[in-house]
Write a protein that binds this ligand. Structure first.
Ligand SMILES: NC(=O)c1ccc[n+]([C@@H]2O[C@H](COP(=O)([O-])OP(=O)(O)OC[C@H]3O[C@@H](n4cnc5c(N)ncnc54)[C@H](OP(=O)(O)O)[C@@H]3O)[C@@H](O)[C@H]2O)c1
Length: 297
């Protein structure tokens, strides 16, 4: 017998993760809804209420966010509206509807002072507005809906929008050498892999109630500093003439927002709870480079 149709709301459908969520291979009975900003104001509680009243959603995945880390320092109100208020409103709406909310957060909730990969129980202490606003969103989601998962991830790359991979390739095409920070460590993570994890978590909620809830980390396996990541990006292109990538310190590359020196995350809890084992970021990077080369996007 065919399964009954189930509706899933995806916010941020035009973002790196949102695009991959919409491209993912979902079961045929799922109907994905990804309204743009002009179709649904996520900051408008009444609009959300009407939207939820019109469709019996089975789950919501929130991938909408103000992700410009430096800009957020000067746009705190916008950052908190997107990263804290929208998650709080979605938590309310999904709790009232009795459905799960799967929300994405960031490694930048930490101050980077830990010497090894962060686990979910480590203290948080954001260094900037972006991290503080995302932390407020995490708290709102976990407090606002008992059926929620907050998935922290990091250093997201894909063939879409703006990200470090695309920036390096663009700047590298225009310069014979470039300087990249070598004293900030993290876990490059593919938007497609994040989408695949979000899909798996959503399916657990839809198929297997009660599903695990709470805070989880997901990053691709392996880590890097930005300099190592840049070198890997140029190597992955397979081109003979790539720029020299020169390592510099954070002090030599001042930015508006302070970033954590170490924001590596451990995905061990996610592996234990959901049976998901991340692949290495370098494998995912090859796919993104191939996609960029094919000009698919
Ligand atoms: N990018 C990273 O390196 C990184 C690292 C760690 C965690 N994360 C987290 O991962 C998640 C996905 O990030 P991403 O890289 O896919 O983001 P992204 O590419 O910057 O896309 C952000 C999405 O959010 C939407 N959006 C932003 N503000 C909005 C608002 N006020 N109302 C409605 N929609 C709004 C954007 O819509 P428009 O197209 O209309 O602008 C876009 O669809 C976020 O929660 C982010 O905090 C990202």
């Amino acid at each position: 017998m065919a399964q009954l149709e189930a509706h899933v709301l995806i916010t941020g459908g035009t973002g790196q993760v949102g695009i991959e969520l919409l491209r993912a291979d979902w079961p045929a009975h799922l109907r994905l809804h990804a309204p743009g900003r002009s179709q649904l104001g996520l900051n408008d509680a009444q609009a959300l209420e009407r939207y939820f009243a019109a469709t019996p959603f089975a789950a919501v995945i929130n991938s909408a966010a103000h992700t410009a880390v430096d800009k957020a320092e000067d746009e705190a109100a916008d950052a908190f509206a997107a990263n804290a208020m929208i998650p709080a409103l979605l938590a309310d709406a999904t709790r009232v509807a009795g459905i799960p909310l799967i929300h994405i957060s960031t490694d930048y909730v930490s101050d980077g002072s830990k010497g090894e990969a962060y686990v979910e129980t480590d203290p948080v202490a954001p260094l900037g507005v972006y991290g503080a606003s995302k932390l407020a969103g995490e708290i709102a989601v976990l407090a606002g809906n008992p059926q929620s998962v907050v998935l922290r991830t990091a250093w997201v790359f894909s063939a879409h929008r703006t990200n470090f991979v695309k920036t390096m390739l663009r700047i590298g095409a225009q310069n014979s050498s470039l300087k990249v920070v070598n004293d900030q460590f993290g876990c490059p993570t593919s938007a497609a892999d994040i989408a695949s994890v979000l899909k798996a978590i959503t399916m657990r909620f839809l198929e297997d109630t009660p599903a695990p809830t709470g805070l989880y980390h997901f990053v691709n396996a392996g880590d890097a500093n930005w300099h190592q990541f840049a070198q890997a990006i140029f190597e992955a292109t397979g081109d003979i003439s790539t720029p020299d990538v020169i390592g510099i310190s954070t002090a030599e590359y001042p930015t508006r927002a302070t970033r954590p020196r170490n924001s590596r995350l451990s995905s061990a809890k996610l592996t234990d709870s959901f049976g998901i084992t991340p692949r290495h970021w370098s494998e995912a990077l090859l796919e993104v480079i191939a996609e960029l080369k094919q000009g698919k996007i």
